[in-house]
Design a protein around this ligand. Structure first.
Ligand SMILES: [Zn+2]
Length: 339
């Protein structure tokens, strides 16, 4: 049995074929008393080879990856696979059930809870189980995200860049294999508590991604993510039946570190968008107009882009309060500086 604080699993991760099981969270409250909260796990295991761990539901209101895990479990047969795929579609199951970003049990944000702790609540305990038991099983990890209920992202890879250049380059190859047009690049500072950093600290190859959002499910984003999984499987030599359908692509890197802008509203009001997600903007281009909620036609603010870049993230709901996030504008990075 694998165990970390209140999280344990009797599932045989070394079994062959296609298997389903659970990682159990022991949490006692009004709803659960002596019940277990059972995080679903799927495994597809074929001939000896590498292990790809695929996770989704890290944030509970992000659905594309959850669907992709189910599709992979359905579509890939062990007899055509070299290696093992471990699928966790609902990493923070309490948040998934509640349709929320963070866990209703402890307000825990899974992607701020790594490397985990056995005694700091259910979310940190699940993170600790992953950190101690699942990261060491994996040769490559793919963690699915989206904009959640509040925002929408362009469909993109998400890459953390640290001090280990060999690992950086290996992860960049993963991003090309995933094949999204863009990949967000962020420097690791080691303090974020994210899954990416936990894997990096164990020198495990890791790619995250952002696919769609709005608390909805985009068929286009699901297709991009599925294609990305097959691209990585092909690159790793794990599943090559459809290799020609998913060739690697030199992804364009965009900065989500220093050379980007979060645009927030300075007013309460109703936003009219002047730009769409994914569009390219120049400094000074109009992004949004904020109207007074009660005085019809009164303009409170006209918001312009403070920099050149691509609209990489956009807010879902146009009714805004002062301080609400509206857009993220990211500049493309010269890839030659990172290769
Ligand atoms: Zn997320």
């Amino acid at each position: 049995m694998l165990k970390y604080g209140p999280v344990s699993s009797h599932f045989d991760f070394d079994s062959t074929g296609k298997r389903r099981g659970f990682i159990d969270l022991n949490h006692s409250d009004d709803r659960h008393a002596f019940s277990l909260i059972r995080l679903p796990v799927g495994i597809i295991s074929g001939k000896p080879g590498p292990t790809l761990l695929i996770t989704a539901g890290n944030h509970g209101d992000e659905y594309e990856g959850q669907v992709i895990c189910n599709r992979i479990m359905q579509d890939i047969s062990p007899e055509h696979l070299t290696g093992r795929i471990i699928l966790l579609p609902a990493l923070n199951l309490p948040a998934v059930r509640a349709r929320t970003r963070v866990s209703p049990l402890d307000n825990g944000n899974m992607n701020r809870s790594f490397p985990g702790h056995p005694d700091n609540g259910p979310t940190a305990a699940i993170a600790g189980f992953v950190n101690q038991h699942l990261i060491p099983m994996a040769d490559v990890i793919l963690d699915f995200h989206s904009g959640g209920t509040a925002t929408k992202y362009i469909d993109c890879g998400y890459l953390c860049w640290g001090a280990d250049d060999h690992l950086n380059q290996a992860n960049l190859i993963l991003a090309d294999a995933f094949g999204a047009d863009f990949t967000m690049l962020q420097n690791i500072d080691g303090t974020g508590g994210d899954f990416d950093t936990a894997a990096y600290q164990q020198a495990t190859r890791f790619l995250s991604c952002e696919l769609g959002g709005m608390g909805s499910l985009s068929p286009t984003s699901v297709a991009t993510g599925l294609s990305g999984v097959y691209g990585i499987l092909n690159y790793l030599g794990m599943y090559t039946l459809n290799a020609t359908s998913f060739p690697p692509k030199e992804t364009r890197l965009i900065d989500v570190g220093n050379d980007m802008s979060h645009i927030t509203s300075a007013h309460d009001g109703l936003a009219s968008w002047d730009i769409a997600l994914g569009q390219t903007v120049k400094t000074g281009d109009p992004l949004a107009t904020i109207y007074h909620s009660h005085n019809v036609g009164e303009i409170l603010a006209e918001i312009h882009s403070p920099q050149d870049g691509i609209v990489a993230v956009q807010r879902r709901n146009p009714l805004v309060e002062a301080g609400d996030h509206l857009f993220m504008i990211c500049r493309q990075i010269d890839r030659s500086t990172h290769c």
